[in-house]
Design a protein around this ligand. Sequence first.
Ligand code: KE4
Length: 435
Amino acid sequence: MVTGKSKALFQKARNLIPGGVNSPVRACKSVGCDPVFIERAEGSRLYDVDGNAYLDFLSSWGPMILGHNHPAVTEAVRQALGRGTSYGAPTPGEVELAELVVAALPSMAKVRFVSSGTEATMSAVRLARGFTGRKVVVKFDGCYHGHGDTFLVKAGSGVVTLGIPGSPGVPEDIVRNTVSIPYNDLPTLEKTLRDGNLDIACVIVEPVAGNMGVIPPAPGFLGQLRALTAELGIVLIFDEVITGFRLGLGGAQGRFGITPDLTCLGKIIGGGLPVGAYGGKRELMDLIAPEGPIYQAGTLSGNPLAMTAGIATVKALQAPDFYDELEAKAAFFAAGLNSLSEQYLPGAVALNRVGSMMTPFFTTGPVTDFTSATTADTVRYAAYWREMLEQGVYLAPSQFEAAFVSAAHTRQELEATLEKTESAFKKLAKQQKTR
Ligand code: KE4
């Protein structure tokens, strides 16, 4: 239960900040719990203002792949802090992080840093529209690309979590220029892209969906998407804000061998500080001001502290066995979850996993798109979430998000979490009997 200082802080916060939080999903509304306020974090753990410790599988919604307060990151930022916090002028760090990003993602011949994933996706869509002279953006039901007007149509993450149909405040003619179609549905994709009445500038896709819960691309889906967009001169944007540097140094595009025209990044490349990025082919990126006429700007873009955290993080990810070790931990954890669900909740949990991102959907499955994802029992997920919090495990406070294994999780901590999960599943099974 949320007690003491968290409760008092939440009451105070709600008078000052909408919903008491600076991002809706953090309010934990969909899991029927007031939020705990976090005071600090270390490695695999969060510590709330009342001194309670939690094994963290939220990972700040993805950035903390190394774990919290990683010495290489914290020390580098500490050093940078002594040199000031922002200059509004170019710095060596921006060049260094740009070199690291384009070396990891060859499709990004050039990259522009911004301060959030939303800025990255908004800018990439503006660039695609400017490059093609067309207006329509095609996205996929349940995918979330930040809170830009264009994207709040059948969006995932907090939009689906809170059951908000779209979003008031988005003008009709914006909505008209966004077409949202089912994820993994190749016939609908082909029909839509070949629809001559649609003036399509770009398709934006999460190459592995993370915002309706984790949903991998169906075999051939990304390949067919690439082939169709190339044939029709439509810009293909991979939104790798979650998957970038999560699924490997090459992200999802490296894992699946697809070369998009533009890529959006965020989360991990900031190491927990505010960074987003978009980049791709020179013929596109050289249209961005001041090189070209398409405008995008930002006071704190390329902030020296954020660049420092990003550089330290990306360098740490280049350790020889980093991703193999992370994969082994995630596979072990997922196998344990599957075995427990089969034992206590047979046929009632469908676990989707790609690399170190995963979601246990409380439904029969398979979960392959937004429609099947939304068959999940969100009441049961909420009960699971509250039980795990009580036992000191912090999961994503929404059925439609991802849980992340980080390099900081030890095998022992994963085993302990599985024991706690067993206790939670037993309780859920008992509740089912009395339902
Ligand atoms: P930000 O503006 O939140 O940095 O990034 C937007 C964004 C863009 N693209 C993808 C694939 C994303 O997942 C996100 C943001 N992710 C959500 C949770 N999955 C952020 C959590 C929140 O809104 O508080």
